[in-house]
Design a protein around this ligand. Sequence first.
Ligand SMILES: [Zn+2]
Length: 310
Amino acid sequence: MKAGDKLPTIGDQRKSRQAQLSKYGIGEKLSTPASGPFEKLPPWHPMVDRVASLPCVRNLLQGNYQKMNGLVWANGSIRDNVEQANEGGYQLMGVDPKERVVEAQGVLATIVEAKVLKAIPSPKVSVVLREDHLHAGVRAYHGETGVVVDVSDEVPIIVHEIAHYLEWHLDALWEAVMALREQRHAWADPRGKRIAVEIPAEMEPRIEERGRFAGDYPATTPYCSKVYDFGATELVSMTLEKLATKETTSELVHADPLLALVVLFHLRPNDKDVYALYEEHRRYLPPPPSWGPFGYFGYSSEAVDYARLG
Ligand SMILES: [Zn+2]
């Protein structure tokens, strides 16, 4: 989508996404999403500091990542799902592509609750090696079943791409970030014209893909509200990319704690501290769908009472 094009509605995007998901037999196939308008968080609201003091965020601010090698996903470790895209290519000096992907898995396992990952099969990760020393690398991208990264991509980029894969699998998370994007656009577009605004050229080289929703993304850049015709977003991926180092975690939770809280709420459905903070400030947050992630993952009995959030 280009700048100036008409923005799709959530309903349009949901339909495109479902069509995409049904090709691969993935997604939660849940119905009756509940979303709707919510209030703007006033500047200097005390909630801003509370996100940085959540135990899970404090852990990320210290860079205490898990070294997960074992059973993380439904079918084991990502280690067994990493492949070289091009046999015989050059590896870069000092880079073991497989170890880097396993390191990214450890970062993800720190951000995302174990039960959430356990319900999803590991993505396939294809690492593109250099054809020769003169060729530039490829730009990483994602599909519904896995991701493709360049051999030079650092851990936060690998986390970014796998976050896209997670978004395909987590309907409630997708609904929540869509509601946030709609609401931020509505605040920036009070006359409701629903016209895509422009992603700066240095963030998106392809002019035909520069369309984005209006609204401020102070930590994750305007790229974060990019529109894809097939229903993916950059909201989850950019948030997790930020959470992948302690310095960028600090930037995110101080500049846009609300975005961090929305994403963590859905990736950590049994985290009582995250839940309590969300509930306390629910008037400033996307209303959670009544079905939530708990029903799908089938651990509602251990979970906090999600239904109370309505
Ligand atoms: Zn992305």
